[in-house]
Design a protein around this ligand. Structure first.
Ligand SMILES: [Zn+2]
Length: 152
C-alpha cells in the first residue's frame, strides 16, 4: 500500500533576511495578537495582510461564548481590509505562540482568503527568528472556485 502522505519540507527563513515589508506585517501581526479576545482557549493569534496598494490591516482572533461564532485572526484582518474596499492582496502574516509548532491558518481561513487570490504566507512566533514561508496555493491545493460563473 502506498504512503499517501505528502512529503512537505517547509521553507524556513530568518526573519531578518525577509524584505522589510514582510518583516513589517509580521511585526503588526505580533502587535495585533496582543488584542486577541480569547478567554476560552487563551490562545492568542495575530494576523496582518499586506494589500496590493501597500496598506496593511491587522486582526486578532475573537472568541465567543457560542464557540462557532468566533473568528480567526486571518479572517479578522481580511475583513477589515475588504470593508475598506481592498480586494487585492500580496501577503499575509500569522503569529501565534506554540513552542514547537508553527500555527498555520485553519481550513476555513484558507478558503476565505483564497476568494481573493494567491498570497505569500508568513508564519511566525513571538521571540523566534525563524519564519515559515509559503503561499496560499501551496497550503490550499485544488481550491473550490466558481470564478467562471457558467454553471452546468
Ligand atoms: Zn482560521
Amino acid at each position: 500500500m502506498s504512503n499517501c502522505k505528502r512529503n512537505l519540507s517547509p521553507n524556513i527563513q530568518n526573519l531578518k533576511s525577509l524584505e522589510s515589508k514582510y518583516q513589517s506585517i509580521i511585526k503588526q501581526a505580533t502587535e495585533a495578537r496582543e488584542n486577541a479576545y480569547c478567554p476560552y482557549s487563551n490562545f492568542k493569534v495575530g494576523s496582518a495582510v499586506l494589500c496590493a496598494d501597500g496598506s496593511v490591516t491587522a486582526g486578532c482572533n475573537i472568541e465567543n461564548s457560542a464557540f462557532p461564532v468566533g473568528i480567526c485572526a486571518e479572517r479578522c484582518a481580511y475583513s477589515k481590509a475588504i470593508s475598506q474596499g481592498k480586494r487585492q492582496f500580496e501577503a499575509v502574516a500569522v503569529v501565534a505562540s506554540q513552542k514547537d509548532h508553527f500555527t498555520m491558518p485553519c481550513g476555513a481561513c484558507r478558503q476565505f482568503m483564497s476568494e481573493f487570490g494567491n498570497v505569500d504566507v508568513f508564519i511566525s512566533r513571538p521571540g523566534h527568528e525563524d519564519v515559515l514561508v509559503t503561499n496560499l496555493n501551496e497550503i490550499l491545493p485544488f481550491q473550490f472556485q466558481t470564478t467562471d460563473k457558467t454553471f452546468e
